[in-house]
Design a protein around this ligand. Structure first.
Ligand code: BG6
Length: 507
């Protein structure tokens, strides 16, 4: 497929660079910081998307020296960003550390003094991005301490303070609301960037390009032509070493309430008037408000839960969830969810959205599949509905980012035989550039002050509100777990959910 990709990339590159800033990472030695945040910053640095005089300041425990922390960062770069030693060495010149507990006033005064000194030494503006890469239990405390020490606000319009808050943002509606109001004591809403890394994935952003930069899709994007939508976020990994966190979370909180529902909102929203943060986020909230709330007693017809048992993927024998480290032998936590939603508005009335996520499924595979309605009349002799597959538009989020249209074609030969074929656009082939990790894109967006791909307060709350009846029900009822084998596509009930409607999961 030919493209003008390099022209397009040139066109956007001038405003891609972040202005002068310090990035302060609370939880500076944590796993997420080492695996995702530091590599994301490094990649932006390599691509010259960070300003010359930027600094990265790690904060937290253990209380180590700057040199020791620089070593932590260099090791992480070599392991997770495939940096050479020389590249890592150059990057760590920008790296500092302030050690201590997040409850200690001293930590904030030292941090503030260091940031001011760095700016004075480097002759740059004291713009700050605070990144909370910590356990959620200390989010509110850190935000408030930043406020208490006068570090969350600046006078005048030529400097800024922003804060990125990692997920999980609350564990239910009540705790999310409480966290929102605690943070609001120190930061105004426009300063708060709640991260959902799915929104930073290229194909997820491409939903907007596909829908709103092309004339051919949007006219079909409604109940008249679309039969149903399937959104799958499948993982082959199990809970790895995160059993402690996962036992308290489960797939509904971990994936559906945030990543998968946000993807659904992008698929279902109305066209925003402009591509700016509030216009796009208003539309996402509006469509979430149109999602039909569950009625008491009908949860089981709309939400299915599963938990993996021992099984096999790619010939490798795998243990069941209940025998994973830090998991209870009688765990009631779901590792799989399938759900059906309706959006009660003019565009989507009657069109089901089937959402599915799970751990230890046969492969890593995240996609959005738009199933179009069948043709109204089949004129080819001897063919029935079953012989002719409906058209499907597939947006493959990962791996192998691509967009495919599946349609019927004539098989060459003397008779009119039909067969489904694919028309495929692959990112790797078309653009010949590496795809940036979601974290890189999102951190850069925050540094540039673009909140389009972040969650606003109202979005987080509406998403929790929608799933609360299921959370409450599942908390109080014991499931018949385990109910799917590692390496299968989830419990039988997940298949029944679609079969009852005369449909099938794509895989
Ligand atoms: C995280 C979840 O938010 O997303 C994990 O906490 C999950 O449990 C991960 O594995 C999936 O992200 P990705 O980018 O690997 O699809």
């Amino acid at each position: 497929m030919s493209t003008h990709a390099s022209d397009a990339l040139r066109r956007v590159s001038s405003d891609a660079k972040a202005g002068t800033c310090s990035i302060i990472v609370f939880g500076g030695s944590g796993d997420l910081t080492k695996r995702k945040i530091i590599p994301a910053l490094f990649n932006s640095y390599q691509e010259e998307l960070l300003p010359e005089n930027f600094t990265v300041v790690g904060c937290g425990k253990p209380n180590i020296s700057r040199a020791e922390y620089q070593k932590v960062v260099a090791d992480a770069l070599i392991e997770f960003a495939k940096a050479t030693e020389a590249e890592a060495k150059k990057f760590i010149d920008h790296v500092f550390f302030v050690g201590g507990g997040f409850e200690e006033d001293r930590l904030y005064t030292e941090l503030d003094a260091l940031l001011k000194k760095n700016c004075a030494d480097r002759g740059c503006k004291d713009n700050r991005l605070y990144y909370l890469s910590t356990p959620p239990s200390v989010f509110a405390m850190i935000a408030q301490n930043l406020g208490k020490h006068g570090m969350s606000q600046v006078k005048g319009n030529d400097m800024w303070r922003r804060i990125i808050i990692e997920k999980p943002f609350g564990r239910d509606l009540e705790s999310a609301r409480a966290l929102n109001s605690e943070i609001a004591k120190a930061f105004e809403e426009w300063q708060v960037y709640r991260i959902d890394h799915y929104l930073g994935k290229e194909t997820v952003q491409n939903i907007m390009a596909l829908r709103f930069a092309n004339g051919i899709f949007e006219p079909l994007w409604n109940r008249n032509y679309i039969d149903h939508v399937q959104i799958t976020a499948a993982e082959s990994l199990g809970v790895e070493d995160r059993g402690g966190y996962y036992e308290e979370a489960g797939a509904l909180r971990d994936m559906i309430q945030n990543h998968v529902m946000q993807v659904m909102a992008l698929v279902a929203m109305e066209p925003p008037t402009t591509f700016d943060a509030n216009a796009v986020r208003d539309e996402r909230v509006k469509v979430m408000r149109a999602i039909r709330p569950l009625k008491v007693g009908e949860e089981d017809s709309y939400f299915i839960r599963g938990q993996y048992d021992a099984g096999e993927i790619g010939g490798k024998k795998l243990p069941g969830y209940r025998t994973e480290p830090k998991v209870s032998a009688e765990s009631n936590t779901e590792t799989f969810v399938a759900a059906k939603f309706f959006v009660d508005n003019w565009r989507w009335a009657g069109v089901p959205f089937y959402l599915r996520t799970g751990k230890r499924l046969p492969r890593r595979d995240s996609e959005i599949a738009i199933f179009f309605k069948r043709v109204p009349h089949l004129m080819f002799k001897g063919t029935s509905d079953e012989d002719v597959a409906p058209n499907v538009l597939i947006l493959q989020i990962q791996p192998d980012e691509s967009i495919t249209i599946n349609f019927e074609a004539k098989v060459p030969g003397p008779t009119m035989n039909l067969k489904p074929v694919d028309m495929k656009f692959s990112y790797a082939e078309a653009f010949n550039v590496g795809i940036a990790e979601a974290y890189q894109r999102l951190i850069l967006d925050c540094l540039r002050g673009d909140a389009t791909l972040f969650m606003r307060k109202d979005m987080v709350e509406i998403a929790w509100w929608l799933v609360m009846p299921v959370i409450d029900l599942w908390k109080n009822t014991k499931a018949k777990f385990p109910n799917y084998a590692a390496g299968s596509w989830g419990p039988k009930e997940a298949h029944d959910l679609l079969e009852k409607d005369g449909r099938k999961w794509r895989t």
